[in-house]
Design a protein around this ligand. Sequence first.
Ligand SMILES: O=C(O)CCC(=O)C(=O)O
Ligand SMILES: [Fe+2]
Length: 259
Amino acid sequence: MSERNWNLEDVRITGLPGDGVDAFYIADFITQDEEERLLEKITTAPLPTWKHLSHRRLQTHPSPLTNNNTLLASPLPSWLVCPIISPHFDRLALFAGSPHKAPNHVLVNEYIPGQGIMPHEDGAAYYPLVATVSLGGDIVLDLYEKRKDGEETGNNEMEGNNSGGGANSGRLPKYRILQERRSLLVTRNRIYRDYLHGIAERDRDEGLGPDSICNWNLLGDPGPFGDGVNVRETRISLTYRDVLKVAKLGNTMKFLNKR
Ligand SMILES: O=C(O)CCC(=O)C(=O)O
Ligand SMILES: [Fe+2]
């Protein structure tokens, strides 16, 4: 399909800092059929696959990182590889600069209306690039400037260890990105490192428009948000990353035997 020959140059979020090279948004990144197939895989997973957190639930593929942020080498399930990594990410050469040249880890987050994720950073366990595919519903991701006084906890709440955002309450986002279902959002480098990201715990996103949403010009269809409102539905995100430290199970066993 011709419209799927994306060019990253055309989909930069130019309203963000970092010379525009640090964030990209592609509407209609996957088809409705692809979305349906992914939702089916995710929602029919056996219940123990989900980790229940207070404000969302989470699947981690292929497995959670160890305590020292190491991934035990294991392939991603094929439904997370095809078609998103292969062929779509490959065509965009999205992970060409990352150590393993491909994502090796995917978090699946589910938010029902009213749920969200506190402002946080993803941290140093990963190459600084996150590729997020949204399924099921539209949602606003907020970016916050880090505090200059060094008070920021640097919390990585990715796998659910965050203690909560009391210190963040009342804080206003610096930028807002609207993620439509079936879209791809890529954030990397400066946006990854210098900002916190979060999703407000509400059942409607309000005040949406070209002045408040930095990717407004890249939306597939701004029509539904013409009144400035997005009524949340259950939204599932797939966040693809490259974990820097990977241990082969064989090596881990050797290491354990030596102790
Ligand atoms: O659901 C999202 O888009 C964000 C998830 C997130 O920030 C994370 O898993 O670290
Ligand atoms: Fe995150």
